[in-house]
Design a binder for this molecule. Structure first.
Ligand code: NAP
Length: 250
């Protein structure tokens, strides 16, 4: 088992990629705490993991709320006394160009995607230090590397922020054995991009730009996150793991 004995906190774990990461981490021996704002779905994910013999707890965690982060970490500490892995996965997409983006849109997406990751890191570091080290994985996007015609200006800005927040964290805490890496998925078949799956014109446009001619799956991202979470990546910090079917290689 690749995460045997490790304790992992995953934000946005009620569905999509976070849910699959929670399930995979549990199969690999981790004790999982998953947080989200979708309480019913999150409880179900935790229960399903428990029903298959794994250990999982759901916590209400709005990543924009520092008090939620504090109470989530308190639950982790009370239950397990340590934290080894944090996956800053929660995120939203507001698909608008610059002139259509309102200041409210900008503030909301920045608060969830960028500030949410910052608050997660800030809350986890003291506990990881106490635990002798840890691995933080920030889910950015190919939108954190390059812009896209079908993309969103504000989303791209948040994912670029996450990319460099990752590197700052990595160099600041490397000497304490706390690693921090970013993951950059291309289009992944989850609820987040259903608008471009259900619209045939948008779908054709997007597929034409994808060398592998398909979207990725949440499982294909989760295996990359698992590598960064495990001790197999013990010398990897500040890096960018691109999982995009060749999208940004062009
Ligand atoms: P998803 O299925 O929409 O899952 C995201 C989860 O985060 C949802 O449960 C969502 O709840 C939750 N969330 C939203 N705001 C939150 C908040 N304030 N606090 C806590 N949780 C919150 O999308 P996904 O594809 O799994 O996305 C996971 C991550 O991958 C995101 O960071 C996303 O930006 C990134 N990503 C996705 C793609 C893609 O193509 N799908 C590509 C690259 C990167 P709601 O449903 O209520 O919003």
């Amino acid at each position: 088992m690749r995460l045997k004995g490790k304790v992992a906190l995953i934000s946005g774990g009620a569905k999509g990629q976070g849910k699959v990461e929670a399930q995979l981490f549990s199969k690999e021996g981790a004790k999982v705490i998953l947080g989200d704002i979708l309480d019913d779905l999150g409880q179900e994910v935790a229960k399903d993991i428990q029903d298959t013999g794994g250990e999982a707890t759901y916590v209400h965690l709005d990543v924009t709320n520092e008090t939620d982060w504090k109470s989530s970490i308190e639950i982790v500490l009370k239950k397990y006394g340590r934290l080894d892995i944090l996956v800053n996965n929660a995120g939203i997409l507001i698909r608008k160009g610059i002139e259509d983006t309102t200041s409210e849109d900008w503030s909301r997406i920045m608060a969830i995607n960028a500030k949410g990751a910052f608050l997660g890191i800030k809350s986890a570091i003291p506990v990881m230090r106490q635990s002798g080290g840890g691995s933080i994985i920030n889910i950015s996007s190919t939108a954190g590397l390059v812009a896209s015609p079908s993309g969103s200006a504000s989303y791209t800005a948040t994912k670029g922020a996450v990319r460099l927040l990752t590197k700052s964290t990595a160099i600041q805490y490397a000497h304490e054995n706390i690693r921090c890496n970013s993951v950059h998925p291309g289009p992944i078949d989850t609820d987040m991009i259903q608008d471009s799956i259900t619209d045939p014109t948008k779908l054709t446009e997007r597929m034409e730009r994808l060398p592998m001619g398909r979207f990725g799956t949440a499982e294909e991202v989760a295996f990359g996150v698992l590598y960064l979470a495990s001790d197999e990546s013990s010398f990897v910090t500040g890096s960018e793991l691109v999982i995009d079917g060749g999208h940004t290689a062009q």
